[in-house]
Design a protein around this ligand. Structure first.
Ligand code: SF4
Length: 303
């Protein structure tokens, strides 16, 4: 029996589902039952019949799955897989910004810890941030933690957006030169970037989208060539789903070491030991879940 048989066998015995983020290593995506963005996967987690969820991603994503599926066992194959962006904002940051801007709505990106979500009025994903913020009655918004996404929201909604100044190290490293090089090397290609890239890069792209939007655009657009400005793992899925099209990475800096901490061995061990398990204390889980549910109400149910 090879490793994959071991894993599939364990998965069946544990009544488990394997969810992998779009940025996960190729072999983890291949082994997964579903591949998607963090919020799509959390919604899938809440709807599955499976008793055990193996979340192949980073810590805040597994926490979001726990919030939406509190009765299930959620495993993160490597507990060290964190997100520097999510970890850059703390509940104390939210409290001090609220005190300084008492009339503002607190909007937290899904890339935050459960403790930060618990202090927030509503959550957003990169796909629905503009829609959710537009629907809020407040004109002043405290948005955390990503400064580039905050700027994108301010431009699209016309609202005053205050951020904590966080960045994703991978997306932040993309430059205007990368776009110029891509335009010169692949004339006519559609350049799609994630809103976590710097605003001067986003301004030169054809489309600014979350990963779910990139998947749809790659499938539906007649174009045959795309330049992708998000984490490198995304290209594996795009190439697999669109064999007649070509995809180029905008910059080699688009690499997240935390996303690459998952291995099939760690997935197998997690299923065998039912560990490491991610838990969220009830006093945090209640208010954090309300912030996620408010997002669902404002968007009609999904991202
Ligand atoms: S790609 Fe950036 S935002 Fe995503 S998990 Fe890695 S550090 Fe966090």
């Amino acid at each position: 029996m090879d490793d994959m048989d071991d894993l599939q066998d364990l998965k069946a015995r544990r009544a488990a589902v394997l969810l992998a983020h779009n940025y996960q290593p190729d072999e983890v995506q291949d082994a997964a039952d579903h591949v998607g963005d963090s919020f799509e996967l959390s919604l899938l987690a809440s709807r599955t019949e499976a008793e055990v969820i193996v979340f192949c991603g980073v810590h805040f994503m597994a926490e979001a799955a726990v919030l939406l599926s509190p009765e299930k066992v959620v495993l993160l194959p490597d507990l060290e897989a964190g997100c520097p962006l999510a970890e850059s904002a703390t509940p104390a940051d939210v409290r001090s910004l609220r005190a300084a801007h008492p009339g503002a709505a607190v909007v937290s990106y899904v890339n935050t810890t459960a403790a930060v979500k618990a202090e927030s009025d509503v959550c957003v994903t990169s796909a629905n941030a503009v829609e959710v913020v537009s629907a809020l009655p407040q004109d002043e918004i405290i948005f955390l933690p990503d400064a580039n996404l905050g700027r994108h929201i301010a431009e699209r909604t016309g609202k005053r957006v205050i951020t904590t100044g966080g960045h994703c190290p991978a997306h932040r490293a993309v430059t205007v030169k990368d776009v110029e090089r891509a335009r010169a090397e692949t004339p006519g290609a559609v350049v799609m970037v994630h809103p976590e890239v710097p605003p001067e890069v986003a301004a030169r792209a054809d489309l600014v989208l979350g990963t779910g939007g990139m998947v749809r655009q790659a499938r539906e657009r007649p174009a045959k060539e795309f330049v992708i400005g998000t984490e490198a793992g995304m290209l594996y899925r795009l190439r697999k789903e669109n064999p007649g099209k070509s995809f180029h990475l905008l910059s080699p800096a688009l690499w997240c070491p935390d996303m690459k901490k998952t291995t099939l061995d760690k997935v197998t061990e997690a299923l065998r030991d039912l560990s490491p398990r991610v838990v969220v204390p009830p006093e945090v889980a209640g208010p954090a879940r309300r912030a996620l549910e408010r997002m669902l109400e404002l968007t009609g149910g999904g991202s």
